[in-house]
Each structure stands twice: as structure tokens, then as C-alpha cells.
Design a protein around this ligand. Sequence first.
Ligand SMILES: Nc1ncnc2c1ncn2[C@@H]1O[C@H](COP(=O)(O)OP(=O)(O)O)[C@@H](O)[C@H]1O
Ligand SMILES: [Mg+2]
Length: 241
Amino acid sequence: MSEPFLQVRGAVKRFGGLTAVNDVSFDVRRGEIVSIIGPNGAGKTTLFNLLTGQLKPTAGDVSLNGQVINALPPERRARLGLGRTFQIAKPLLTLTALENAMVGSFLHHSRLHDAEAKAHQMLIEVGLDRRAHVRAAQLTLSERRRLEVARALALEPSLMLLDEVMAGLNQSEVQDSIDLFRRLNGAGLTFLIIEHNLKVVRAFSERVIVIDRGAKIAEGTAEQILTNPEVVTAYLGRRRG
Ligand SMILES: Nc1ncnc2c1ncn2[C@@H]1O[C@H](COP(=O)(O)OP(=O)(O)O)[C@@H](O)[C@H]1O
Ligand SMILES: [Mg+2]
């Protein structure tokens, strides 16, 4: 068996008295598409922040390619191939779409021309090239989400973490995103995604991890998980309520 690409062991994050992530362990192998689902407030985004270094774990280890990366700041982790989107897309509003994407591409391209070319290529990927010179403040919600994806892609990651990037997109935009991510996966990009849209989870992921109140309560194929009555009750029951 090849070594897992990403390995999470006993991850814990406490905020004062609240345990937002409670002893979570899982692996992601190279080339996989893994989804994380769970109710609002379950700790999914906090878990992502532990992987990318935005937060330090209270306990536990995160390893990439067999190297424990707990002590590395976000930019070092990005250099090792971790790309991410943020749930609340926060582009630099006074910069253009192209300039925002360049914030990502400067990681690997120090020459302005190269960074700009890479950023432009990523805007084409997400279908935003015609908006390249529009300020982010003028973009629609869906365009901002796509810009967030372009910025993350411009980091040239080997593992892409997507935090609810489909939220607020219409059906055809969701389909376009899935097509793009499938294409990128075919070219070797590994995905770990937080997703509320179960159609997307079913269509796009090979494995699903369910987080509830900070803990991993189930893991399996999309089919196994989405037909598991306990998961459906814990997740869908409370989401409706
Ligand atoms: N920086 C923080 N300080 C204090 N509590 C936080 C912080 N970030 C998240 N939380 C809390 O941790 C829990 C998990 O939040 P979050 O990871 O955003 O959940 P999810 O992404 O699954 O909706 C929530 O109760 C949230 O209020
Ligand atoms: Mg979240």
C-alpha cells in the first residue's frame, strides 16, 4: 500500500470550553476525491484550518507525504502543495479578478509576467477570463466563488481543499464546476471537499467522511454513507430542523 498523501491523526481543536474538532483521524490518498459532510457547526471548516495551518491543533498530527507539518505556517504548507478555498470568499475588493488570481500565482512565479500568465490561465479554467479586468467588488457571488477557485488553483496545488464552493451557484454553474474538478482530478489533482449539496457529493466523491459535533461518525463510499440511516438522521434530520 502506498503511503497516504494526507494523514490526520487524533486531531483536536478546542476554543475555550468548546471542542470544535474532537479526535478526528483519516487519510487521503493521491488522486482521491474525498468529501466531508456534516451539519452546520460540526467543525468542518475548523478541521480544514488545522490542515492548512490557519489554526494550530490542540492535539494530534497532520502529515503530508509522511512529513508532520503541524509546526508549518500556511504559506509553507501551500508550498508543499496544499491549496484551499475559503467558505467566505474574501477577494481583495479593490483589485481586479486577474490581480486576485495573481495573489495565488506569485507563490511559484516571482516574475510578474509569469505570474500574470498563470493567473490568466486559471481565470480561463473557471470561465472568468472576460472579467479579468473587473474589480472584485463588482463581481457577482458566483463569480467571486469562481475567483476563489482560480486563486487556489493558481497556487498549483497537489491537494485542493474546497470549502462549500458550490454554495450559491445555480445548477449549470454547479455542473461546470464538477466538470472542471473532474478534469483537474484526471490530470492528477487530489480533492478534499466540504460540501452540503448531496447531489455533488454523490456525483463527485469516491469516499465520504461524516463529521458531527466535532467527531468523525462515519466513513465510506458515497453510496454507503448516503443510505446509512444513522447518518441521514444525524445530518439531514438536524439540517431540516
Ligand atoms: N475562531 C473560533 N473561535 C471560537 N469558536 C469557533 C471559532 N471557529 C469556529 N468556532 C466554533 O466551532 C464550531 C465549529 O465551527 P465550524 O468549524 O465553522 O463548523 P462547520 O464548518 O462544520 O459549519 C462552531 O461551534 C463554531 O462556532
Ligand atoms: Mg464551515
